[in-house]
Design a binder for this molecule. Structure first.
Ligand SMILES: Nc1ncnc2c1ncn2[C@@H]1O[C@H](COP(=O)(O)OP(=O)(O)OP(=O)(O)O)[C@@H](O)[C@H]1O
Ligand SMILES: [Mg+2]
Length: 259
């Protein structure tokens, strides 16, 4: 047992279950996320990875299960409640809103209102402040987007993903949850996205990252959990596994002998 196993996890989920009618998408899955770690979540298509994080962040209602933060019960039933708890999520299917500018996407749902009586009365947005903050952040993260008033759909997949990740850096207070942050990205863009994941960790956030890329698990994660057919198949310290073993656990070729 490592020291991490004995400390109270930042996030502790137990028995997370999701049924879609007769389909059991997720069957009593447990998850511990420790402070300051990057936890990988792997598994085949349809294994229940996205369902797990959506259940944790209130994007879908779970059929059963409990969640604790800092050892205390917490009810997260909407994405807004997740944000309030310091959890920022990049979902697989809706990272950015195409029709909105980069600026609006960055601040969607939490626009800065001008700090004047007029601003508070009429909700005038403080674009100057948002502009300054976004440019400073992009520069710090080496995101080379200057045209921040253009619609998101005008940018490449990699650029859009970088913006979505930047949002978690800007607003994630405690936990960043990323559903396949490098899906459909090129080599250079993947590297950039993964550097951003590392900078989330450097900013003191704990990260849950779904990925199909075993190299990213080995290089960027501290621990990894394997889902198979909606069940938790294994949890490992990354230092104790190799890519081949992980693939075996994902497909079920290697049953979890330690558990
Ligand atoms: N809205 C839904 N209605 C019915 N079934 C669903 C729904 N969403 C997911 N499922 C089912 O739940 C299971 C898990 O899906 P989920 O999206 O969590 O998989 P995943 O591990 O994220 O896969 P991928 O790697 O392809 O993203 C699948 O069998 C899927 O068909
Ligand atoms: Mg998914």
């Amino acid at each position: 047992m490592t020291q991490a196993d004995t400390a109270t996890p930042l996030l502790r989920a137990r028995g997370i279950t999701k049924h879609y009618g007769a389909v059991v998408a997720l069957d009593a899955v447990d998850l511990d996320l420790h402070a300051g770690e990057v936890l990988g979540v792997v598994g085949d298509n349809g294994a229940g990875k996205s369902t797990l994080i959506k259940a944790l962040t209130g994007a879908i209602s779970k059929t059963a299960g409990t969640v604790e933060m800092d050892g205390k019960d917490i009810q997260i039933t909407t994405p807004t409640e997740a944000k309030a708890a310091g959890i920022e999520t990049v979902y697989q299917d809706l990272a950015l809103v195409n029709e909105l500018s980069i600026t609006k996407n960055m601040y969607l749902g939490r626009e800065i209102v001008r700090d004047t009586l007029f601003g508070h009365l009429f909700g005038t947005l403080d674009f100057a402040k948002m502009d300054t903050e976004i440019r400073a952040l992009f520069q710090k993260l080496d995101i080379r987007i200057t045209d921040i008033y253009r619609e998101a759909e005008a940018f490449s997949g990699g650029q859009r993903q970088a913006v979505a990740l930047a949002k978690t850096v800007m607003f994630g207070k405690r936990i960043a949850i990323l559903d396949e942050p490098t899906a459909a990205l090129g080599v250079r863009e993947s590297k950039m996205a993964m550097d951003l994941v590392r900078s989330l960790k450097d900013h003191g956030l704990s990260v849950i990252m779904i990925t199909h890329n075993m190299q990213h698990v080995m290089n960027y994660c501290d621990r990894v959990m394997v889902l198979r057919l909606g069940r938790l198949a294994a949890v490992r310290d990354v230092a104790d596994v190799d890519g081949d073993t992980l693939v075996g656990l994902i497909t079920g070729a290697a049953e979890d002998k330690v558990a």
